[in-house]
Design a protein around this ligand. Structure first.
Ligand code: ZN
Length: 349
């Protein structure tokens, strides 16, 4: 009986101490202010000069997404994470645009308009999730969405590259897994709305991702999403992922005007593909007038050549895809080739 009482006491202590168990960890490169500044300064080598558009979801008249006890409001969590992320990015030398910096109503369609007119390089929408029909209030994971699906013309591999980097560091600092619905926690928005995707990703014409940081409906997240330190750690994970993304390099594509020719309906175009990490030639794809066409790529000179026959005068969309050896794709290259009646060839945006 005595042993049982001691055991009971031990169990009680165990239980009470488990209530004090920390709900999250402070990342080693974040918790010390000096180390944090040093990390930001190191990453500024890659982030400085970049233009980032942040979109904290919901807000103002749209505050209906709440945790089970009603205390955690998704709109507020999104805003706190976005404002902390803005601070880190600006300290690292980036220019940051934001769709709202307070609890105010911004129509969904207008968020894309703001982003498209901002001159930003990348759009990041920040949200927190709620369970679907088959999930429950313990469902919780971190996910990052990109528009369309591999194989669709609208799919930009560039978007998924950014999603991968953000997903990895964000889920790591939160101690959350990615969802099992994808291999790496990144998802096509077609998984939610087949053939359509999220309107904010479809209507935003610059490279774009949408983060679902965690489930605000989860019993665990309910305990920590209103903690400002935790929101700053979430922002830190996104900042770190984005910095590592830029560190991995982004290939550039430039038309070589001197090698461009049009004669007897034959069109020759040449492009220089450059990257400090080398181009992975297996990733190159060229679409002329929305059809995939053959090309040749010289690994030594980095020159991509496209030769087309039976091309009438007119205007044609051209799209080129390539990635470097770290797997990062070039910014979407969508131009128009215009052949005028005096056989002049121009490339226009
Ligand atoms: Zn949301």
């Amino acid at each position: 009986m005595k042993t049982f009482a001691v055991l009971l006491l031990f169990l009680q202590i165990g239980c009470s101490s488990s209530r004090n168990f920390p709900l999250f960890e402070y990342p080693l490169d974040w918790k010390d202010a000096d180390v944090r500044s040093k990390t930001i300064s190191d990453y500024s080598n890659y982030i400085s000069g970049k233009k980032i558009f942040l979109d904290p979801g919901h807000g103002g008249e749209d505050r209906r997404n709440k945790s089970r006890n009603g205390v955690v409001v998704e709109a507020d969590v999104n805003l706190r994470v976005a404002l902390a992320l803005k601070e880190y990015l600006e300290k690292a030398g980036a220019t940051v645009f934001i769709s709202r910096d307070k609890d105010t109503t911004v129509e969904l369609g207008y968020r894309s308009v703001l982003a498209n007119n901002s001159g930003a390089d990348i759009f990041i929408s920040i949200h927190h999730n709620a369970p679907g029909k088959t999930e429950n209030d313990y469902t919780n994971y971190t996910s990052v969405y990109y528009h369309a699906k591999d194989g669709d013309y609208e799919y930009e591999p560039f978007d998924q590259d950014i999603a991968r980097y953000i997903q990895r560091d964000l889920s790591y600092v939160m101690g959350n897994p990615g969802g099992l619905g994808s291999f790496d926690g990144t998802y096509s928005d077609y998984n939610i709305y087949p053939g359509q995707g999220f309107s904010v990703l479809r209507k935003t014409k610059i490279p774009a991702v949408l983060i679902e940081g965690a489930f605000h409906t989860s019993r665990i997240e309910e305990l920590r999403l209103n903690n400002e330190s935790f929101n700053r750690i979430q922002a830190w994970g996104i900042f770190r992922g984005l910095s590592k993304y830029f560190r991995a390099g982004i290939p550039t594509i430039a038309l070589l005007t001197d090698s461009t020719k049009y004669e007897s309906k034959k069109l020759s175009l040449s492009f220089l593909l450059s990257d400090k990490n080398e181009i992975n030639h297996k990733t190159v794809a060229v679409y002329f007038n929305k059809m995939e066409v053959d090309y040749s790529f010289n690994k030594n000179t980095k020159v991509l050549s496209v030769k087309l026959e039976e091309v009438a005068e007119g205007e044609y969309p051209i799209r080129i895809i390539c990635a470097n050896k770290n797997g990062n794709h070039a910014f979407p290259y969508h131009k128009r080739i215009v052949i005028t009646n005096n056989a002049r060839v121009e490339v226009r945006d």
